[in-house]
Write a protein that binds this ligand. Structure first.
Ligand SMILES: Cc1cc2nc3c(=O)[nH]c(=O)nc-3n(C[C@H](O)[C@H](O)[C@H](O)COP(=O)(O)OP(=O)(O)OC[C@H]3O[C@@H](n4cnc5c(N)ncnc54)[C@H](O)[C@@H]3O)c2cc1C
Length: 411
């Protein structure tokens, strides 16, 4: 049997190992001491802290769902939930998500402005936006752009929304038509079309359960931070062991220094220039509520959302506690966290926090071509890569699994 080295025991590496294990003798190298990457969780004071976000599962891809549910017992290990999200507006109103379906809850003045916006959007039919700002203005109108989409997205992306290319958000953007928005408001319809409108969540241990179960039976070398992958003849050498094939599921930014014996210098500058954001996840005790996510466009505080992980499963909370993660883009100090929490709604009380340096890859117009070209160069040497930061794509877990499936079919 051929030997494959897989770098990284996040969802991408773990899925890859499962998909290859009947055909390859697989070894996973993971730098941390537990599996999961971004989906890792840990218990703090008896409650479950998702070190990044609050991972929920669903997919539009039937092959991903079939594969996932062939490993997990849906009824025994998971529970299904409807997304119940809300936007806490700067003026104190709580508007259910998605905001464009709930214009009837705003004051008359805002409703009239929105109707005017819809009329001009309808006149503009066929207009092709060039960037995220144009997309939002053109799809939802000036009024919603100014009171919600602009302030919220500027907090998340920390940049002028004109500089966000649309390709980067492909498949992630809501695309309601004018007719749909009018219909949904008249009939007070809740949005059911987006991928996470309903979702699956683990009864115990949150997304750590996915990582723990997938890691069972695999050969994973933990605490193995791989700093060199060397091409010698037709083998790859990692920690003095040779492999026929490598699937790299770490961060593409590491490749120029990691790879020895193959020439990728011409990609180095572009790889170094790839932009990204990190996230500071602040684990808190908060007031009891029945929301899944609370969006915070208000500029009074830097946080853009609260993920009410305590509502995802009863086992996520210690007795008589309700927990959630308050999320900030990039790194923020403990002092700033404490100062900010005092202003954030729902009375969050600090329990713990974690900064993850790489959480949101940012593409430019050339990123996909550059990565496709590097992939095809390295594939000639039996070196492959897949994953959120290997592909520099805004993957959700299911899309990362799908990408691993697509790759493994070719190996
Ligand atoms: C805030 C936030 C919220 C999210 N919420 C959801 C959600 O609700 N639902 C959903 O489906 N998706 C969600 N996602 C997306 C999801 O987190 C990712 O799609 C998924 O975790 C990516 O997995 P990965 O294996 O590609 O990368 P990672 O999870 O980053 O895994 C990479 C692994 O490789 C290891 N590694 C890296 N370099 C090396 C090296 N040199 N040597 C050894 N090991 C190495 C790392 O330690 C890590 O374990 C969210 C993402 C974020 C940022």
């Amino acid at each position: 049997m051929k030997k494959a080295a897989i770098i990284g025991a996040g969802i991408s590496g773990l899925s890859t190992a499962h998909l290859l294990k009947d055909r390859y003798d697989c070894t996973i190298f993971e730098k941390e001491e537990t599996p999961g990457g971004l989906i890792r969780c840990r218990r703090v004071n008896g409650s479950l802290f998702h070190i990044c976000g609050g991972h929920i599962f669903n997919s539009k891809r039937q092959d991903v769902l079939d594969w996932f549910w062939s490993i997990f017992n849906r009824e025994e290990e998971f529970q299904k939930a409807d997304r119940n999200s809300v936007v806490f507006m700067a003026d104190g109103k709580h508007i259910p998500y998605p905001i464009e379906n709930h214009i009837y809850l705003f004051d008359n003045e805002t409703q009239k402005l929105f109707i005017q916006d819809l009329l001009s959007i309808a006149k503009n039919e066929g207009y092709e936006p060039h960037n995220f700002e144009e997309f939002l203005r053109n799809r939802f109108g000036e009024t919603l752009y100014n009171i919600y989409f602009k302030p919220y997205n500027e907090k998340v992306w920390r940049r002028n929304l004109k500089s966000v290319p649309l390709s980067w958000l492909e498949g992630k953007l809501p695309m309601p038509t004018v007719e749909e928005m009018i219909f949904n408001n008249i009939n007070q319809v809740k949005e059911k079309n987006f991928v996470h409108a309903t979702f699956w969540y683990e009864k115990e241990n949150g997304s750590q359960h996915i990582a723990d179960k997938l890691s069972q039976g695999l050969n994973i070398k933990y605490n193995s931070n791989i700093e060199s992958i060397e091409r010698r003849g037709n083998k790859w050498i990692i920690n003095e062991e040779d492999f026929d094939t490598v699937v790299f599921c770490g961060n593409i930014k590491q490749l120029p220094t990691l790879l020895k014996g193959v020439e990728i210098t011409e990609y180095k500058e572009k790889i170094d220039a790839l932009e990204y954001h990190g996230t500071t996840a602040v684990f808190c005790q908060i007031e009891k509520n029945n929301y899944s996510w609370i969006y915070l466009p208000d500029n009074k505080y830097e946080s853009h959302r609260i993920i009410c992980t305590g509502n995802f499963a009863a086992s996520n909370n210690a007795p008589d506690t309700m927990t959630a993660t308050v999320e900030f883009t990039d790194e923020i100090s403990k002092d700033d966290i404490m100062e900010q929490l005092g202003r954030i709604p729902m009375n969050p009380k600090y329990i713990d926090h974690q900064y993850n340096k790489y959480t949101y890859p940012i593409q430019d117009a050339d990123t996909r071509n550059m990565i496709a070209s590097l992939k095809s160069e390295l594939a000639k040497e039996d070196f492959f890569f897949t994953g959120r930061f290997a592909d520099w794509e805004y993957y959700n877990m299911d899309v990362a699994i799908g990408a691993a499936m697509d790759l493994c079919k070719t190996l």
